[in-house]
Design a protein around this ligand. Structure first.
Ligand SMILES: [Fe+2]
Ligand SMILES: [Fe+2]
Length: 319
């Protein structure tokens, strides 16, 4: 490299570092200016917020793979509503378990940061915001009056390793973060955009959530853009293999109903296979991952070696 080239590289690295710092500082200010409290900002006890498990507004719509099946449509209205409510509550339970892993990983990440970095304050803002989300989700679960289960035990145990990545391998950890946050954010934004008559409690929770998640997604995305290109080839290869595997597992878990729901309502196996094996359902999952997939392409993580993994897990799409 000539001296002029070296100077140019130094200059662009300095501009990049400045841009990253000002982004994190902006997110920090936004977290201070606009944040929500799980109890002060949700009118839990207002009469219209009461949860009736047989309220038709809980019913799954045609946009849900299970909601599209003849089996679901042939159920009595109360059962359809109950399944829809249980589905929503189970998503919240899984969501709060995911947030717990995320919070612990963020604390590990923050523990390694030197003094004076704005990322420390950011990580704590995010931990606190996730704490409020988890309280909202758990309060919803408590009030729905149904027995709600979240993630499979095995995944919960394996996820403890993810927590340590927050400290040891943040690039891998933030891929996991996007794998959980991006699909849920996509689904919530779609529901809020649809003309469906949403229960006001669910609508309030989702609005609070998408507002704060926008910051979390922005941080994770920019952190990866900043750090992945600087990884050594071995670590970069590890991330490129792990990314589709993590995203495939996470999106499947977030977007499919838990097996406890399938057992409770005796949903026949072929109905479940028909619903979730169907090309439209697979395309929906792949589309919920569009943003994170495009980011992986941009970061050079999708290569001729790793693309077949994306395809095999049905999370690739050429859109
Ligand atoms: Fe959250
Ligand atoms: Fe989040």
């Amino acid at each position: 490299m000539t001296l002029a080239e070296e100077e140019r590289a130094d200059l662009s690295a300095a501009t990049e570092a400045d841009a990253w710092r000002s982004l994190v500082e902006r997110l920090n200010r936004q977290s201070t200016d606009k944040h929500f409290d799980a109890y002060a900002d949700v009118a839990w006890d207002a009469p219209e917020m009461r949860i009736d498990p047989h309220d038709p507004r809980w019913e799954l719509t045609e946009r849900d793979p299970l909601g599209r099946t003849d089996w679901y449509k042939s159920q009595p209205p109360e059962i359809r509503a109950e399944i829809g409510l249980l589905r929503t509550a189970a998503n919240m339970k899984t969501g709060l378990q995911f947030e717990s892993i995320l919070q612990r990983g963020l604390l590990e990440y923050a523990a390694k940061l030197p003094n004076g970095t704005p990322e420390f304050r950011y990580a704590y803002h995010e931990v606190i915001e996730e704490g409020h989300h988890s309280m909202m989700f758990q309060e919803f679960v408590n009030r729905c009056g149904l027995e709600v289960k979240g993630m499979p035990k095995l995944i919960e145990v394996l996820s403890r390793r993810v927590v340590l990545m927050g400290r040891r391998f943040p690039e891998m950890f933030f891929i996991f973060v996007l794998g959980g946050e991006d699909p849920i954010d996509h689904v919530q934004r779609e529901s809020l955009r649809s003309d469906r008559d949403l229960h006001p409690l669910l609508e309030r929770i989702m609005r609070i959530h998408v507002t704060e998640e926008a910051r979390h997604l922005s941080f994770a995305r920019h952190l990866l853009k900043q750090r992945v290109p600087k990884l050594n080839p071995v670590k970069k290869f590890a991330v490129s293999i792990q990314a589709p595997v993590t995203l495939g597992i996470m999106s499947g878990m977030m977007l499919r109903p838990p097996s406890s729901l399938i057992r409770r309502y005796n949903i026949p196996k072929q109905v479940v296979n028909e619903a979730y094996g169907d090309p439209t359902a697979r395309a929906d999952v792949a589309s919920s991952l569009r943003k994170v997939r495009n980011l992986c392409v941009e970061l050079g993580l999708v290569t001729p070696v790793t693309k077949p993994i994306w395809r095999a897990l049905h999370i690739w799409s050429d859109d």
